[in-house]
Write a protein that binds this ligand. Structure first.
Ligand code: CA
Length: 245
C-alpha cells in the first residue's frame, strides 16, 4: 500500500453523523472517500469499480447490507468488504463472512481499530491479487489433473468441457490444497491462511466455500475425486498431477 491517495473507500452507512464522521476521518488519513446512504446506492457505487474497499453497514433501509454483499459476489465482484454490524447481529456477521466479506467490525468501534482493519484487509487482498496464485508458490501456469484443468493465470478451471471462473477465495483454497496435495489441510489452517482470521465463531465458512468449489471442480459432488473430506481433520487434494505448463 504505497499510495493511499489512490485508495478509495466506499462507506455505505445510513446514519448521517456516522457516515460524515467516517468520511472526515478517512479523508484525514489520506484515503479518497465515496459515500452511500442506503443499500441500493451503495451497490451501484460498488459496482462501478472506483472504490478499492467497501465499509458496509448491515442494517440499511431498503436493501440490507447482506443483500448488497450477495449481489456483489453473485456478479463476481471481488472488491474487499468490511462489514459493520451492531452488537447482537452475530448471525448476520457470520452470514456476511460466509458470503465472502473480508472482515467485520462491531459498533461502536474506535478509529484506530477501523484503520488497522482497513490496512490489514488491503494488505491481504492486494498481496493476494498481485502475487495471484503464483509467486513463492509451487503452483502456477496451467495444471492438468484427471477431468480437470486449472489455469492459475486466469483463475479458471475447465471440467467436462466447461470453463468456470473461480472466486478469489475459491482460488486461494484450491491453491493451498494443491500445493499440499496428498496431505490433509485442516479447516483452521485454511481459515488462517486464506482468510487471515485468528479466530472465528465457526469453521462452517470453510465448509461452505469448499462446497461451492466442489460444484465447479467435481463431476459428482457426492463422490468427489479431487477435494475429499478427511473426517474430523480437514480436506485433501487427491488427484494426481498429469501435466504442468
Ligand atoms: Ca444502519
Amino acid at each position: 500500500m504505497s499510495n493511499l491517495a489512490e485508495t478509495c473507500i466506499l462507506v455505505i452507512e445510513d446514519e448521517p453523523d456516522l457516515r460524515a464522521g467516517l468520511q472526515h476521518n478517512l479523508e484525514l488519513e489520506g484515503f479518497k472517500v465515496l459515500t452511500a446512504a442506503d443499500g441500493r446506492e451503495g451497490l451501484r457505487k460498488a459496482k462501478d469499480g472506483q472504490a478499492s474497499l467497501v465499509l458496509l453497514d448491515l442494517m440499511l433501509p431498503g436493501m440490507s447490507g447482506i443483500e448488497v454483499l450477495r449481489n456483489l459476489r453473485e456478479i463476481g465482484r471481488e472488491i474487499p468488504i468490511i462489514i459493520v454490524s451492531a452488537k447482537g447481529q452475530d448471525r448476520d456477521k457470520v452470514q456476511g463472512l460466509e458470503l465472502g466479506a473480508d472482515d467485520y467490525l462491531t459498533k461502536p468501534f474506535g478509529l484506530s481499530e477501523l484503520l488497522a482493519r482497513i490496512r490489514a484487509v488491503l494488505r491481504r487482498t492486494q498481496v493476494g491479487a498481485k502475487a495471484g496464485v503464483g509467486e513463492k508458490s509451487s503452483v502456477g501456469g496451467v495444471m492438468r489433473f484427471p477431468d480437470l484443468v486449472v489455469d492459475w493465470r486466469r483463475f479458471t478451471i475447465v471440467r467436462d468441457g466447461t470453463e468456470q471462473q473461480l472466486s478469489r477465495y475459491e482460488a486461494e483454497i484450491l491453491r493451498m490444497l494443491i500445493e499440499r496435495r496428498g496431505e490433509v489441510v485442516s479447516r483452521q489452517d485454511l481459515l488462517r491462511k486464506v482468510w487471515g482470521y485468528v479466530h472465528l465463531p465457526t469453521t462452517r465458512t470453510v465448509d461452505n466455500h469448499i462446497a461451492r468449489l466442489r460444484k465447479k471442480l467435481e463431476h459428482d459432488v457426492d463422490k468427489p475425486i479431487h477435494v475429499v473430506t478427511v473426517h474430523g481433520l480437514g480436506y485433501r487434494f487427491e488427484s494426481p498431477l498429469l501435466e504442468e505448463s
